[in-house]
Write a protein that binds this ligand. Structure first.
Ligand code: TRP
Length: 445
């Protein structure tokens, strides 16, 4: 079995555009052909419900995106190509993960925070119009990734935080369930893949309303390309390819030789009209044959439906046995099953970082700080008296993570060679510990 699993999801809320093609579809299909990894591509229709309240659009987008990937050469026999909602293990895992995910982690998600900030700025209630779906988005995405134990997730920068959350949640689960159930995924941001400018020069994106749909008929594609904004330089004036949207898009489709020739044409003062015509011809040359397959596919939804079903059946050969193990680990088991070894299963306690004191064989007293997932953050030097170790660890918590006081105290606590420790995770853990102690003291009073 190949070692690496690469997985990515496409939210089915829109119509594929040139930016999707260049930035996601084309590179992903090229990667799937390299054959040194297993590729998982899926249509994230449950995610689409979060952004899109139009059922017809979700269905249409699912059809269009599936047809696009197939038309562009994705081979469903070589990869796992499925629709999220055909894999019941995904929502099932979502709930298991939900129960170990810290609410505070989700509070920090960019998409949720941005929505809260917009509300606050507009004088609204902080959570006005925000669904629990938006809030839970990172957990559903973690389930997508963890259910197939993906190693790598190719994503745009805006999604990196979600992959980190998936790691965090997976790690917590491994800890809680007492085993290496989940592979911890890594985000892969494709640095060399072009982000295409849209018709207004900003990044091509549905949210800017500046996209060129991928499957426009040739005549409309030409019109859309003629509509791309340029500066007002006249024919005959030299133009700078590196600041030109036309050139950027051309380059995403051209060979190195073609791009070099276009650079020369820019220097020689090619008119914008002609540059756009050449751009259209180049793009259309690549897309025309794919467009023909797309039209055939989109006209036959039953065929795509069947392909997706077959893809789901293949993927479920992995997800179904895995969820059985996970359910068992979580305690959702037959009453006749033997219980696993008893463990301290208090999720509230496990969700906190821990300060532990211990004695080494040399008789000296130490303490260490671990984050909620049990990762070692800090190990103290040895102290002759337990009181001294206790006093310093209490003082650390008392800082609440305040960096200035923490730095000062660390000088006393840790061996000189550990002074270069990254301070942020330590500070975060101490802040959490102090907050928990204050909350406990308050509850007791
Ligand atoms: N959230 C991703 C996006 O909007 C889509 C997505 C859903 C995804 N689940 C995923 C991407 C799992 C990678 C892995 O682009």
């Amino acid at each position: 079995m190949p070692a690496r699993r690469i997985l990515t999801g496409i939210t089915t809320s829109g119509t594929p555009h040139l930016g999707n093609y260049v930035g996601a579809i084309r590179p992903a299909i090229a990667a799937s052909r390299r054959g040194d990894a297993e590729s998982f591509y899926f249509l994230a229709d449950y995610h689409a419900l979060i952004k899109c309240g139009d059922p017809e659009r979700v269905q249409r987008s699912t059809l269009e995106i599936a047809a696009s990937w197939l038309a562009c050469g994705l081979d469903p026999d070589k990869v796992f190509f499925y629709r999220q909602s055909d894999i019941p293990e995904i929502p099932e895992l979502t709930w298991l993960l939900t129960c170990v995910t810290a609410k505070g982690l989700l509070n920090r998600a960019h998409a949720y925070k941005a929505a809260v900030d917009a509300n606050t700025a507009g004088g609204e209630d902080a959570d006005a119009g925000i669904t629990a779906g938006l809030y839970m988005y990172p957990v559903l995405m973690a389930a997508d990734i963890l259910i197939f134990n993906a190693h790598e997730v190719p994503v745009g920068r805006d999604q990196i935080q979600h992959i980190e959350m998936a790691r965090d949640i997976g790690q917590r689960c491994n800890h809680l369930y007492g085993g290496e159930f989940f592979t911890l995924p890594e985000a892969r941001v494709e640095e060399h893949v072009a982000t295409l400018p849209g018709t207004d020069g900003r990044k091509m994106s549905k949210s800017y309303d500046n996209t060129i749909p991928l499957w426009l008929p040739a005549g409309e594609l030409r019109k859309a390309i003629l509509g791309i904004v340029t500066d007002s330089r006249a024919p005959g004036e030299a133009k700078d390819p590196d600041s030109s949207n036309i050139f950027a898009i051309y380059q995403a489709f051209a060979t190195a030789d073609e791009a070099a020739a276009m650079r020369e044409a820019f220097a020689a003062g090619i008119g914008w009209g002609e540059a756009k015509q050449r751009l259209f011809e180049r793009v259309d040359a690549e897309l025309a044959p794919l467009r023909a397959s797309y039209e055939a596919l989109i006209a036959d939804p039953a065929r795509i439906e069947a392909l997706l079903h077959a893809g789901a059946a293949k993927a479920r050969q992995r997800s179904a046995p895995f969820i059985t193990r996970l359910r068992h680990a979580a305690g959702i088991r037959r009453l006749t099953d033997a219980p696993a070894r008893p463990r301290a299963a208090d999720p509230a306690a496990l969700a906190l970082p821990q300060l532990k004191s211990y004695r080494e064989s040399d008789g000296r007293f130490h303490f260490k700080l671990e984050d909620a997932a049990g990762t070692l953050l800090l190990r103290s030097r040895g102290f002759d008296a337990p009181r001294e170790a206790g006093r310093l660890s209490a003082a650390l918590v008392e800082t609440g993570g305040d960096p200035a006081r923490l730095r000062q105290l660390l000088l006393e606590c840790v061996p000189a060679d550990e002074l270069a420790l990254p301070i942020e995770p330590i500070a975060a853990a101490l802040a959490a510990l102090k907050a928990a102690r204050l909350a406990k003291a308050k509850a007791a009073s």
